[in-house]
Design a protein around this ligand. Structure first.
Ligand code: ZN
Length: 176
C-alpha cells in the first residue's frame, strides 16, 4: 500500500476500520446460512467484537491478514518504505489483539479468529466455524429455538402453538 497517496491511504485505513467490510459480511452470511444467530459489534465487550453468539458464549473476530499480522501468511507483507513506522504499527495491533482476546477469555467467552485468507475456502471455513461454535455449551437462559423470531411469551396463543409450553426443553435441544 506504500504506492498509495497519503490522503487516499488514510481514507482506506478508515474504511478498514469501518463495519461491514467484505470479509466480515461474508462471514456473517456464512454463519447465517449455518443457522446461527448473532449480534454485531457489541460495544459493551472488549474490542467491540465483530460477531457475538451469546447463546454459545462464542465470539468470532474477523482479522485482516495484513493489519493483524497473520503468521506465515503471504498477505502479511511489510511495505518497503517507512518500514519502522509499519513495524511499530503492526506490533501495536498484535498487542491490542492479544489483550482483547485475553479480556474476552477472562469474561468467559470463547474466541475464534477468522483470517481474511480463510475466505478463499468457504467450505472449509464453514466447517471450522460450525465445529468451534457448537463445541461450547449452549447457554441455558436462551429461551428461544434457533429459528424462532418472536418471543415465546408474545401471546397465550403463540405460546401454545409455538412451544407447547416446553420452552426450556426446546432451548436445550441440540442445534441442528
Ligand atoms: Zn492470512
Amino acid at each position: 500500500m506504500d504506492h498509495v497517496p497519503p490522503e487516499r491511504r488514510s481514507f482506506i485505513m478508515r474504511m478498514v476500520k469501518t463495519a461491514d467490510t467484505r470479509p466480515e459480511l461474508t462471514v456473517r452470511k456464512l454463519l447465517h446460512n449455518l443457522g446461527f444467530r448473532f449480534r454485531l459489534r457489541n460495544k459493551r465487550l472488549p474490542g467491540t467484537p465483530d460477531v457475538v453468539l451469546s447463546k454459545w458464549r462464542a465470539i468470532v473476530l474477523i482479522h485482516g491478514c495484513f493489519w493483524h499480522r497473520h503468521e506465515r501468511c503471504r498477505k502479511a507483507t511489510i511495505p518497503k518504505t517507512k518500514r519502522a513506522y509499519w513495524l511499530k504499527k503492526f506490533k501495536a495491533n498484535v498487542r491490542r489483539d492479544s489483550i482483547v482476546t485475553e479480556r474476552l477469555h477472562a469474561l468467559g467467552w470463547r474466541v475464534c479468529i477468522v483470517w481474511q485468507c480463510e475466505l478463499d475456502d468457504l467450505e472449509r471455513l464453514s466447517g471450522r466455524l460450525a465445529s468451534f461454535i457448537t463445541k461450547g455449551r449452549k447457554v441455558q437462559k436462551a429461551r428461544r429455538s434457533p429459528l424462532q423470531k418472536t418471543p415465546i411469551r408474545s401471546s397465550p396463543k403463540a405460546r401454545k402453538s409455538d412451544t407447547g409450553g416446553n420452552a426450556s426443553r426446546i432451548a436445550l435441544a441440540p442445534h441442528r
